[in-house]
Write a protein that binds this ligand. Structure first.
Ligand SMILES: [Zn+2]
Length: 476
């Protein structure tokens, strides 16, 4: 049984959760993005970021959770160097109040349902930088509180996963959902983290902390399953413990003994009143909810008549799907444009697809693709030529028609030119010509030669007709 506890920063926010320090702490000098509130100096008062409540509520709705009409915050007390206040302001489900989301169901693509126990809004701690050695062997640590107080959404699932693969499917789908809502850029370093608990039948629950990217989660679970199975097969006890993931050695290791929930001494945060969201909050939010991956899929299949396969490829890459729809606004030809984007276009950008803004810096814009597809549909260029032109647009940013005229790559439909091309091929390929009189495969071979002879520019239909004519009426 595997359960997850995911922390996703609300990277869309300009400021932290309770103060006006910057939400984007990255690339700032250590301890330059702090104030008396996020450092918890005496007398400072937190003020809740309204947008953070909206984003976390949207996330709750997208994950099928109920959003209550009142929420409150709690202090979770613990002493750890990354926590300047010695408590974290978080949420807790007691006294009839709940966190921003509860009791959700999130469906995987194979229809398996994962229960979401709760979603809560809380603040991120600071960062500990280990100056030398690993966290087991060290003489000193450095502390950077720039991140302390950044808004964080915690998503807790029930232990409903039965394999590392299901976990991966869930995290992929979750990342996509977060991206569609615009709440979290999961590609930013440290923006999503995951704790995992793994238990086997008859064994204790082991929690693995500190997995700093979704990509490492599957590896950590696989390692932990192997470790626990090995203990089990030797009749050794699987201890109830917290372990850490070492992403360099790719192992989990035992860490400080885990606090029990009652050690945290949760109590209501006295400096933030109960927040009444009101009855209209959820219905208003639903009206403003961005399109989610599933809804977009439905739209692509029903409105644009794309195949499920093609729709899936597009919606799983939000930026490409946005690019696709922008192209449709210039020229509405969904099937042709979708096919062109996921084959020729994507094959040229594959290398950069890991970076966040891989489409933003391209010289190719939706207008280019629209014009290129129009040229194909208007029978001005062949598909092979279109790909060559695309390569040139990638380099130069020129319009497709410009490239076509500069390189004389328009399609050859002129009968006389094509007849000459076919004649040259027939002269060279005498045995294939004989063969082709009875064998249709050989005809395709001849057509291929004609295409090659014309650098892919021959109109294949006309060329085929000329070949057939010539084969069966050699005198004409
Ligand atoms: Zn601050």
């Amino acid at each position: 049984m595997i359960g997850l506890e995911i922390h996703a920063q609300i990277t869309a926010l300009n400021s932290k959760l309770f103060c006006s320090c910057r939400g984007n702490y990255r690339e700032l000098g250590p301890n330059t993005n702090i104030c008396e509130i996020c450092c918890g100096l005496p007398g400072s008062l937190p003020v809740i970021n309204q947008k953070a409540i909206e984003y976390s509520a949207m996330t709750s709705l997208a994950l099928g959770c109920k959003v209550p009409d009142k929420i409150m915050f709690y202090r979770k007390n613990y002493f750890y160097p990354d926590l300047p206040k010695n408590f974290q302001i978080t949420q807790y489900n007691v006294y009839g109040y709940s966190s921003i989301g509860v009791d959700g169901i999130y469906e995987l693509d194979d229809a398996k349902q994962i229960r979401i126990s709760r979603i809560q809004l809380e603040e991120d701690p600071g960062r500990i930088a280990y100056s030398e050695g690993s966290m087991n062997v060290r003489n000193s640590v450095l502390l950077d509180y720039n991140r302390a107080g950044v808004a964080l959404i915690e998503i807790v699932t029930e232990p409903d996963f039965t394999s590392p693969k299901e976990v991966r499917q869930f995290l992929n789908k979750l990342s996509l959902t977060l991206e569609y809502i615009g709440v979290c850029d999961t590609l930013l370093e440290g923006s999503v983290r995951c704790d995992v608990n793994v238990s086997m039948e008859g064994g204790n629950k082991v929690e693995i902390k500190n997995i700093n990217s979704f990509r490492e989660v599957e590896k950590a679970i696989n390692y932990e399953i192997t470790r626990q199975s090995s203990l089990y097969s030797r009749n050794l006890k699987i201890e109830l413990e917290t372990r850490h993931w070492d992403d360099r050695k790719k192992i989990t290791f035992k860490s400080r003994s885990k606090e029990e929930e009652h050690d945290y001494r949760y109590f209501p945060e006295p400096d933030i009143p109960i927040i009444v969201l009101g009855n209209d909050f959820v219905s208003n939010l639903k009206k403003r909810m961005p399109e989610l991956p599933n809804q977009r899929f439905e739209c692509f299949v029903s409105k644009y008549k794309l195949s499920e396969h093609t729709s899936n490829i597009l919606i799983n890459d939000k930026k490409l799907a946005d690019f696709f729809e922008a192209t449709l606004k210039v020229h509405f030809s969904p099937t042709e444009i979708a096919n062109f984007l996921i084959t020729d276009f994507k094959s040229l950008i594959e290398d950069d697809s890991e970076s966040t803004d891989y489409l933003k810096n391209l010289k190719v814009k939706p207008e280019h693709i629209a014009e290129l597809v129009k040229l194909i549909e208007g029978n001005k260029i062949s598909r092979i030529t279109a790909k060559d032109i695309l390569v040139k647009i990638f380099e130069s940013g020129m319009l497709p028609s410009e490239v076509m005229n500069n390189t004389n790559s328009y399609k050859i439909a002129d009968e006389k030119t094509l007849m000459d091309a076919v004649q040259s091929v027939f002269d060279k390929e005498k045995s294939a010509v004989e063969d082709a009189k009875t064998n249709s495969e050989a005809i395709n071979f001849l057509l291929g030669k004609v295409m090659k002879f014309t650098n892919g520019r021959a109109d294949p239909k006309i060329a085929m007709r000329i070949i057939n004519n010539k084969l069966h009426n050699p005198d004409k």
